[in-house]
Design a protein around this ligand. Sequence first.
Ligand SMILES: [Zn+2]
Length: 329
Amino acid sequence: MSFGHTVGHQKQLVILRAALASERLHHAYLFVGPEGVGKHTIAVALAKAIHCQAKADDFCGQCVNCARIADGNHPDVRTVEPLPDKKEISIQQIREIERELNYRSFTGKRKIVIIDPAILLNAAAQNALLKTLEEPPQESLIILIAPNAGGLLPTLRSRCLRLSFTPVSRPEVAGYLQNLHKKSAEEAAFLAAMSMGSIGVALALDKDALTEKRQIWVGRLGALKAGDFQSAMTTAEAVAGNREEALRFIKWAESWYRDLLIYRMTSQPDELVNLDMQAEVEQQAAQMSADGIRAAIANAIGAGAGIQRNLNRRMVLEKFLFDVVSDRR
Ligand SMILES: [Zn+2]
């Protein structure tokens, strides 16, 4: 392994690697971007590159230091998250890491703290961290990871160098799955479309389980009749239960309505994500106007963002499905 194996985020890597090679890393970084796109992976890769015994300014993934960092038990690299059963990162946790940052490093390299997700730092913890960042311990590196910078004190943000991460593009995810995981082109394209720009999600998706789910979802959307708000509510309730599941559904729904639009505009099945469900695509495409399908795509994107921001899932999904049944003919 090395930085060269990282998929996407090339601009961010150039910045970090240049800073690393010229020994100009900042004391604090803020990595912002949607969940699951690789922010934590890049933070850990940077930690490995700092401590790797085999490579300079890069990492091997195999030496003692790389292995211990990967396992989360390197004495100089610490990840801070809420303690079990707690919803916040507390001031005690920040005081503890501040104490540790002042100890001498075991390897003689930087001591690193990764705070993920940083938006769970409560107000007292943020103020304590701010004091640490105002006078950072020598040879320390603090990386804050968050879906966005909102919820963090402006004074805290201004002490960090911010790097923004965006989802990895679909072709990049698909190429990775084909080249490194020997997936067929068809399976790679399908998993990439369902991955939400996250390599981790793409690898965790089980195509067979997903196919089963999709059949249920297609059936549910297909059963929605014009003006049938009751069925829309029942469907929203059925898919809203679990956050991951709800996100998966809405992401899939986005791909589904894209397929309907492609089919309507071109009648070309090869571009479809849901290639195996052409008959259903054809049938449902005929039930909606092109503008209605476009609106459904836009609404699915909005609903997905709402669920990621932890808005009430059932309400978000109801609104999405109400718009769908309103357009049905
Ligand atoms: Zn190494």
